[in-house]
Structures are given as C-alpha cells and as structure tokens.
Write a protein that binds this ligand. Structure first.
Ligand SMILES: [Zn+2]
Ligand SMILES: [Zn+2]
Length: 426
C-alpha cells in the first residue's frame, strides 16, 4: 500500500490524499486552497485529473470548499462519494451561488451543480470497495454537518484519515465510543492539526456558546448573527437559544431550505433538529423566513414588523446588500446587538485569509465576537492518538505547523511527509 499527500502537509485546506494498492487508488478530498494562501497549484494527478480512472474513486470527508471545491477538475468518469445529507446541503449552497450576479463565479457554481448530479452518497459505516481497497466512513462532529473520518483497508494495513473533526461540538460525545468500536488495529493515522498552534480557539464548547447566546438574547431585543449558512449545529443552537429566550427566529428562505433538509433527515434521531416551521402552530420561538422580490433588499412585510419588534428576534444575516438596510435600521437602537459567529481571522488584516469586503461590511457597526472552532484542540488530538495507538505512526496534514506534532505528541511516532512524497506503508 502506498500513500501520497499531494497537497496539505504544511497548510490548512486544499488537502489531497491518495492511497494506492495493487493498481487501485482512492483519493480523499479534493478542495480549493483557503483564500489568501500562497498559491500551491497542484500538479496533474494520475487517476484523478488525467489517465485511467477505471480503478479510482474520490471520497469527500465533508462539504467545506477546502475539501470538495475542486470536484469539477477531476476526470468526469471517476466515481465520487459524499455523505447523503452533506450532499443535499452542498447542492443547496451551490445552487444559490450559481445565481449570483458575477458571471465568472456563477458559471463555476453551475458546473459544480451539474457535477453534483453524478455523485454517489454513503451512510455511516457502509463499507465501499474499490478493487482491493475498502473504505469505511465514521460519522464525526465538525463545523460542517454530516462529516466523516475514513478507515481505509488494503494489503492487511489499516489507515485512519481524520478529515476535519473536533471534540467540543454537540455530536462529539460519540467520538471516542466510535473510535473504540471501529478504529481498532490501526497502522497509520493521517490527522488534521488546524489548532496545533491556536490554544484559544476552543475555549468554549458549542453547548456553552448556546447558553451565552441565550443570555444575550434575553438581554437584547434585536439580535443579528452573522454565521456560516452551513454551520448547521451552530444555527440549530441559535434557534433553541432564541426559542428559550422567547425571541422570534428569522432567516431567509435559502437558509430555511438548508435547515429543512437537516430536519427532514435527522429529527427522528434527536429533537435538536426538530423545528416547527409552521408559523401558526409555533407561537414561541416563531420561525420566519424572509422573502424578497428579485434583487431588492429584505424587508418585513405587513404586520410582521410590529410583531417582531414587540417580541424581539434573532436574525441570521449574511454580509450582502440584501441584509444591510435591515441591519442599518436597527443598529441605531441600544436594544440591538450584532454578533459575529465565524472565525475572526477573516477580519484580521494581518492574517492571509483577511476578507476585506467582510471587514468593510462590519466596519460601521459595533460587533461582538462569539464563536468556537470547528477543529480539535491539542487535548482532543492527544486523546484520539492515545486511544487508537497507531502501530506505525501519525502523518500530519491540514496544519500550518506539522513540526509541532513531534514536539507535542513526543511518545507517538510522527511521520512528516512533504507534498507529493510517495510513502510505502509496508
Ligand atoms: Zn478543512
Ligand atoms: Zn472543514
């Protein structure tokens, strides 16, 4: 069995992993680099972007652009596998982006929407065989919903690829039991290390963050929250926080569509994803989706405005012209709070991922930062490595500081690879 990290041994995002056995190859993730990163263009990859793909397959851990964004750069015949709900959410996101006014951008997203139609889906623990290679997806918690680790088996070797994961989300309590049950006799771990040098990124759990929001919503009448539209568990937490605080929950119809996908597929397992979308039967924590005519900004229609003003609300917003007039109107009130619930690196002009238009959008307002990371902290990584005890070692990816692995996890064998190195797993 041979293993190649084509990209991602020393950067966060854009990772591509290849595992080859007896002429069969599986690839894990094929995404874009994060914005602002030094451009490390990928060389053409045999069995993925050129050549014979009859013995290849691409597995996607989750729908973040740094893991799935380049699916249109593969040879069309290669089978792609993604989690079922993840694919529905991704399709919804890409369909919206395919209608944005910028023609270059919308073309790109139209191609992705077309490619999505050919993608296969899997359920957790479903074994998928590609020739001599078997891939088993393990469901884990991340800031993307329906995200997976993969166990890859061939030639009597077992590799665990962690994808992006964490130990402080709503669904993280399953992490250790899942690994103990299914990730036995692992030879190598290919592990993400996004937070290896960000000790403050996970100070709060998602549960603590929800409590924080609830307190804020009780105190402040008009609450605006900027949050990624696909950070599903955060959004359901915001819904429950506003419901407990007896505020209305407001978002647009695109966001509603995404939430409905999750409710439909998952409310039978937990009431956390159960929302009563019917405004007539859900008097507390009413759920409203904003409507708009063509490109006009969002506005409250009819009696909605006095109703919402009486009850107070939590409104999910994006940094677009459609939301700006609403935020402008309420920003003047001292009963208003605007929360920024995403990674703060986008607003930091010293960071490569600095997003100028986002920064400019929020410049006129006083905003409060409320967020926790989607990635595992050092303690969680340590616990995972100690439980799995890989026989031969750990290969760091999705990290800016692979060398830190040796320093921090000194009782584990750390195998440092460079992009493109072919590593023999025998
Ligand atoms: Zn990632
Ligand atoms: Zn991710």
């Amino acid at each position: 069995m041979k293993l190649t990290i084509h990209r991602g041994t020393n950067q966060i995002g854009g990772c591509v992993t290849e595992i080859e056995s007896g002429g069969y190859r599986i690839f894990i993730d094929f995404g874009e680099q994060l914005p602002g990163m030094e451009n490390k263009e990928l060389k053409p990859i045999d069995g993925l972007t050129y050549g014979d793909v009859s013995k290849s397959a691409l597995f996607i851990t989750h729908y973040h652009g740094d893991h799935i964004g380049k699916i249109c750069d593969t040879i069309a015949d290669i089978p792609i596998y993604v989690g079922k709900t993840a694919l529905e959410i991704f399709n919804c996101l890409e369909s919206r982006l395919s209608h944005i006014p910028n023609p270059n951008e919308s073309e790109k997203h139209k191609r992705i929407v077309n490619r999505i139609k050919t993608i296969n889906t899997f359920e957790q623990l479903q074994k998928i065989r590609i020739g001599k290679i078997t891939v088993t997806p393990l469901f884990i918690d991340h800031s993307a919903f329906d995200a997976y680790m993969f166990i890859v088996e061939a030639d009597n070797k077992r590799i665990l690829h962690t994808g992006d994961f964490r130990g402080h989300g709503f669904r993280s309590k399953g992490l250790i039991p899942t690994l103990k049950s299914y990730a036995k006799n692992i030879d190598y771990i290919i592990s993400e290390g996004s937070n290896i040098q960000r000790p403050n990124a996970t100070i709060k759990t998602e549960q603590e963050l929800q409590k924080d929001f609830e307190l804020q919503f009780r105190k402040n009448k008009y609450n605006f929250v900027l949050v990624s539209t696909t950070n599903i568990d955060r959004i359901f937490a915001l819904y429950h926080a506003s419901k407990n605080a007896k505020r209305c929950f407001v978002c647009d119809n695109y966001q509603t569509k995404i939430l409905k996908i999750v409710s439909q597929n998952h409310k039978q397992y937990t009431p956390f994803y159960d929302i009563d979308y019917d405004q007539t039967t859900n008097p507390i924590g009413r759920f409203f989706d904003l409507k708009r005519q063509r490109q006009n900004p969002f506005s409250f229609k009819g009696n909605l405005k006095p109703f919402l003003e009486k009850r107070g609300f939590c409104m999910l917003v994006r940094s677009t012209d459609a939301f700006k007039p609403l935020i402008d109107e309420y920003a003047k009130s001292d009963e208003t709070k605007i929360f920024y619930s995403m990674w703060d690196g986008y607003l930091d002009n010293k960071k490569p991922a600095f997003n100028e238009s986002l920064y400019k959008f929020f410049e006129p307002y006083k905003i409060e930062y409320k967020h926790t990371s989607g990635h595992a902290d050092v303690e969680t990584l340590k616990m995972v490595f100690e439980i799995i005890k890989p026989k031969y070692g750990i290969i760091p990816i999705h990290t800016e500081a692979p060398n830190k692995f040796k320093e921090i996890f000194h009782d584990q064998a750390i195998i440092s690879l460079h992009d493109g190195d072919v590593f023999n797993c025998n």
